[in-house]
Design a protein around this ligand. Structure first.
Ligand SMILES: C[S@@+](CC[C@H](N)C(=O)[O-])C[C@H]1O[C@@H](n2cnc3c(N)ncnc32)[C@H](O)[C@@H]1O
Length: 481
């Protein structure tokens, strides 16, 4: 949610929107469809958004932003001033450093009018207090926030450059310097603002030869370590002021030779908001990355089971690959994951075959094998079939029940609580966050209960699935790293 509390100068909100649009219009190469308006949507908790003032046909160009205007490493003077290859820092940290530099230049930055429309406070999980995070109870999303890792990266990779180049990174006048504890705290705070903007606003930028490719929205975690294959990131003015809606997505950003072009992907009626697509993400992830949740993302809710919890349910003393021959066997066959994601069964006729990852069923089958059968499998070097029989289902039920028991309240208590909440004061940050956490945990508990209900017959009967038969299902997994 982007409410009044997120923007540094709430009073000057409209003036800043107007200045930003004037800046875009005056910038060489920018094309802006006059049928668009940058709207104030704070009353509905959505900050700024883009609205059509007239009908726009499918395929109509909404705006075009020259590549040179993207706030990105390659477009900032910093790369020449520092004399070091910034790209070595990886896409996240290099853009973070560039954004810090441009932000600290104040009015001297080419992107000054752009910074003024960007928020400086967020509801993404990185900014929640531990008491607020407790409202998420047993949601595994809490383990994915990565605040500590992010701060280590900031101190190890960003702080030395900032501190060694104080002329390029002038600290705010009240601070004096980014040295010492106070300086480190201020730098971390600023870096988190830039990191959160990158997470919720930046796009992966394809090389310009890749004409007409669709732009990828960001989809990895904040400060991920797995940066090998990642594209450079960039902040695309205006493109990132589009809100998102799981059902009403009507625009997409295309990466063309010299510009990034937002086009209507369906006819847009006068008065309609223009929506981008953040992808099929569970509400827990929507909250972690974007700091808001809406009901229409509930269909993407998931439950996640760690390898450890499944091993525990199967009676193993630990989940160390080195000390557990069955895990080692699957790891050698390259079919062992750290965790398994089970999506919400959405359609009435969804079956367990549709939603259980084949790798999870193979793990359950391997764990349920008798010692003799396991030895046979080992000698043939072949994993068991992904067939969910009663004893495999029993392990899964136990793991799901254990996960369910970790939540401090039951689903029915949460539903009752959700039905009795007073009207929300938009300025009350903690209440807003508690409500969003409530929605997330309700979703996860619903998924848990639905899957447990579906497993009941499987625990007594037999249910088969084929290991390669997951092409059509909406399932995903946590890769081993
Ligand atoms: C790419 S920005 C969109 C512009 C943003 N509204 C602003 O004012 O800066 C993404 C952020 O917009 C907000 N947002 C996006 N879609 C939303 C929606 N459907 N409802 C409420 N807030 C939304 C969230 O705060 C999210 O982190």
């Amino acid at each position: 949610m982007s409410s009044a509390t997120h923007f540094p100068d709430a009073e000057g909100f409209q003036t800043q929107s107007d200045n930003f649009i004037s800046w875009l219009q005056a910038s060489p190469g920018v094309q802006l469809n006059h049928k668009l308006r940058l709207a104030d949507l704070r009353a509905s908790g959505a900050g700024r958004g883009v609205v059509a003032q007239d009908n726009i046909p499918e395929g109509g160009e909404l705006f075009s932003i020259p590549r040179a205007m993207v706030l990105a490493v390659q477009n900032s003077e910093l790369k020449n001033l520092l004399g070091q290859d910034l790209e070595q820092l990886g896409p996240w940290l290099s853009l973070m450093l560039v954004m810090l530099y441009e932000y600290l230049q104040g009015e001297k930055s080419r992107w000054a009018p752009y910074f003024k429309v960007l928020p400086s406070r967020f509801d993404s999980l990185m900014f929640w207090s531990s008491a607020e995070l407790q409202e998420l109870q047993a949601s595994t999303i809490v383990e994915k926030i990565g605040r500590e890792g992010a701060e280590e990266s900031i101190m190890e990779m960003i702080a030395p450059i900032v501190r060694a180049n104080s002329a390029l990174f002038p600290p705010p006048s009240a601070l004096g310097s980014f040295d010492g504890d106070a300086g480190a705290a201020a730098l971390i705070e600023l870096a988190h603002i830039m990191g959160s903007l990158i997470m919720a606003y930046a796009f992966d930028i394809e090389k310009s030869e890749d004409d007409d490719d669709e732009a990828e929205a960001n989809d990895e975690s904040y400060m991920t370590d797995d940066e090998d294959e990642q594209l450079p990131k960039g902040m695309v003015p205006l493109a990132d002021l589009l809100n998102a809606d799981a059902d009403r997505n009507n625009a997409r950003l295309y990466q063309e030779e010299g510009a990034l072009v937002m086009k209507a992907i369906k006819p847009i009626q006068q008065g309609e908001e223009i929506f981008n697509d953040y992808g099929e993400i569970p509400r827990a992830d929507l909250l972690r990355r974007y700091g808001y949740v809406t009901d229409n993302y509930a269909v993407y809710d998931v439950v996640e089971l760690s390898l450890e919890s499944i091993c525990q349910a199967a009676g193993l003393s630990n989940s160390d690959v080195e000390s557990q021959p069955r895990l080692e066997f699957l790891a050698e066959l390259d079919i062992l994951d750290d965790g398994y994601v089970i999506p919400r069964p959405v359609e009435a006729d969804t079956t367990l075959q549709d939603i259980l990852p084949a790798e999870l069923v193979v793990l359950l089958s391997t764990l349920a094998l008798s010692e003799e059968d396991f030895k046979q499998r080992q000698s043939k070097n072949k994993a068991p079939k992904a067939t969910l029989e009663a004893n495999q289902a029993a392990i899964l039920i136990k793991a799901l029940q254990t996960q369910e028991a970790k939540y401090a309240t039951s689903l029915s208590q949460d539903i009752q609580l959700a039905g009795s909440l007073p009207a929300l004061d938009p300025l009350d940050v903690s209440s807003r966050r508690a409500r969003m956490a409530l929605q997330v945990r309700i979703g996860e508990k619903q998924v848990l209960q639905t899957i447990l209900g579906m497993l009941e017959p499987a625990a007594t009967g037999s249910l088969k699935r084929s290991a390669g038969d997951d092409g059509e299902s909406r399932q995903s997994k946590t890769q081993r790293v």
